[in-house]
Design a protein around this ligand. Structure first.
Ligand SMILES: Nc1ncnc2c1ncn2[C@@H]1O[C@H](COP(=O)(O)OP(=O)(O)OP(=O)(O)O)[C@@H](O)[C@H]1O
Ligand code: SF4
Ligand SMILES: [Mg+2]
Length: 356
């Protein structure tokens, strides 16, 4: 990121005003993905990794939804589910008004044009034996699409669009830097003019100086092409400048979902507050406002998550009710949902058991 000032807005039209006009592009309800753990020759199921465990959210046309949370909380699994690279165990996924939850590969084929994914690893996600032209042109071949003027011309246009030279057409991935490779990955994802792009940690493998360039490119492309983004990241500093709304995940659940400004100014979930406290504040005078909260303990295993609120083993506000009752994700302010019995910056939801 180039700028780190607190209140600077890089986004203009708030997601909500757009949301009011259009229905959601993506609507997810009760989404679940459990990976079975099996034992013995008979592959008897002895448990499950509850990677994604009942999440609800929408993504509106033209907006960017940022998804954050620590390693292992289920972000990539969620990304693979909504792009239907993986099959959900439960819940529903609606894209553009159509239920795509259990579409077969064949049934998904027409949708593949509309939903694309950008991956974290710009090295591993490009086939080293293929030329850049071949890589960026793959979606046309897979979909049997013949762009106007031919594939080569269109690929060269795409390379220019992402800030590369059309001359790079016959070169190979190893000839490019990490940032350039990610541009190639972006060109490939945009080839078929998708409606939704899911980017899983698109810049976290890149040098910090390059990260801003790639994020800015994605931002420009969104405006130019009217794209809708879901951008996954493990920390809040990358997400902050690009997101209209942000979903915070913890152990397979969404614990807070809010407009970007609302989330940064007045986080309600203790976990979000802790994550935010780790984001560097440029002005040292403001340091005191946001003293670093060090969370105790490790993230519990998603095989056997804590009862009640999953964050309770690390939460400094946890009380009895947090052990017995799972807090539902509810809107405590317009556009600001949180799953917590004793939220910050909002009335206590379980006053009879409030923290002392
Ligand atoms: N194919 C799989 N089989 C079994 N377990 C899996 C599989 N894929 C993911 N998991 C587990 O599901 C949980 C969620 O993983 P996921 O990759 O979605 O997390 P993440 O939030 O993307 O983490 P990171 O920030 O490290 O990328 C983890 O415990 C992981 O080990
Ligand atoms: S529900 Fe309880 S344990 Fe969970 S985050 Fe809120 S206060 Fe902490
Ligand atoms: Mg991941």
């Amino acid at each position: 990121m180039t700028e780190t000032t607190d209140e600077q807005n890089t986004k203009t039209a708030p997601a909500e005003s757009r949301a009011a006009a259009d229905g959601p592009l993506l609507k997810v309800r009760g989404l679940v993905r459990h990976f079975p753990i099996t034992k013995g020759l008979l592959k008897r199921q002895v448990g499950a990794v509850q990677a994604v465990d009942g999440i609800d959210f929408e993504v509106y046309p033209g907006e960017t939804l940022g998804v954050v949370g620590e390693s292992g909380c289920g972000k990539s699994t969620m990304g693979r589910l909504i792009t239907r690279l993986d099959e959900p165990t439960g819940g529903t996924i609606e894209f553009d008004g159509r239920d795509i939850t259990h579409l077969s590969t064949g049934g998904m084929r027409p949708m593949r044009r509309d939903v694309q994914m950008i991956f974290q690893d710009p090295y591993g996600s490009l086939n080293p034996r293929h030329t850049i032209g071949g890589i960026v042109g793959t979606p046309f071949r897979l979909q049997g699409v013949e762009p106007e003027g031919g594939v080569k011309k269109e690929v060269q246009r795409l390379l220019e669009l992402v800030g590369l030279s059309p001359e790079h057409y016959n070169r190979y991935p190893h000839e490019f830097s990490g940032g350039q490779r990610q541009r190639i990955g972006i060109a490939r994802a945009l080839a078929l003019k998708p409606k939704l792009v899911v980017a899983d940690e698109p810049v976290s493998a890149l040098d910090v100086s390059i990260q801003a360039q790639v994020v800015n490119l994605m931002d420009d492309l969104q405006e130019e092409l009217g794209l809708t983004y879901v951008i996954i990241a493990h920390d809040l500093s990358v997400i902050r400048h690009v997101s209209d709304r942000i979903a915070v995940m913890y152990l397979g659940k969404i614990v807070e979902l809010a407009d970007r400004d609302s989330l940064y100014k007045a986080p309600m979930h203790p976990y979000t507050k802790a994550l935010l406290s780790a984001v560097p504040v440029p002005d040292p005078k403001r340091r005191t406002e946001r003293d670093r909260i060090l969370l105790k303990g490790d993230v519990p295993s998603p095989i056997n998550p804590p009862s009640g609120c999953r964050f309770r083993t690390r939460c400094w506000k946890a009380t009895e009710v947090c052990t017995t009752t799972e807090p539902p994700l509810v809107a405590l302010r317009t556009g600001h949902q949180v799953a917590c019995h004793h939220p910050e910056n909002a009335p206590d939801q379980a006053p009879e058991d409030a923290p002392k």
